[in-house]
Design a protein. Structure first.
Length: 152
């Protein structure tokens, strides 16, 4: 797939970013979060802070139905990557990942039980660093840090 129409997100995108992340989470992480209510307000507040942070780049792809993909990175870490479930398998996650990596991302955190994302990162040569932390949202599942392969 060629390069999708990625562009910088703005403050006007904050609700759409939250909604895209919610849709991807509900579909892809139902086995982790179950029927727990989505932390809408907290996630919305986090997007407001990210969009306001000059060190964070938030990029999106849009279609006539709204946001299709998002990536957020800060020059050292991939902070967020999500694709609307009706576009899974189209290469947008891989594209968003490569955009973050090209901008300097060498680390990321991923839920231990997010096998779909982990398979993508491992297919691109990234591996768990051994560091673990608790996710900030109930039921507080474990997150693993992944790191880029060492430079040759």
């Amino acid at each position: 797939m060629g390069s999708a129409g990625w562009c910088r997100a703005t403050g006007d995108d904050v609700v759409a970013l939250r909604d895209l992340e919610r849709a991807a989470s509900r579909r892809g992480l139902a086995h982790v979060f179950g029927d727990l209510p989505y932390p809408d307000d907290d996630v919305l507040a986090r997007w407001v802070l990210l969009l306001d942070d000059p060190g964070v780049v938030v990029e999106v792809v849009e279609d006539r139905d709204g946001l299709v993909a998002l990536t957020a990175h800060d020059g050292a870490s991939l902070r967020h990557l999500a694709v609307r479930p009706d576009h899974w398998g189209a290469g947008l996650g891989r594209e968003g990942f490569h955009r973050a990596e090209a901008a300097g991302a060498r680390r990321l955190w991923v839920l231990e039980l997010n096998t779909r994302a982990r398979a993508l990162y491992e297919s691109l040569g990234w591996a768990p660093s051994g560091d673990r932390q608790e996710c900030p949202w109930p039921p507080y599942p474990t997150e693993l840090e992944y790191a880029a392969p060492p430079a040759p």
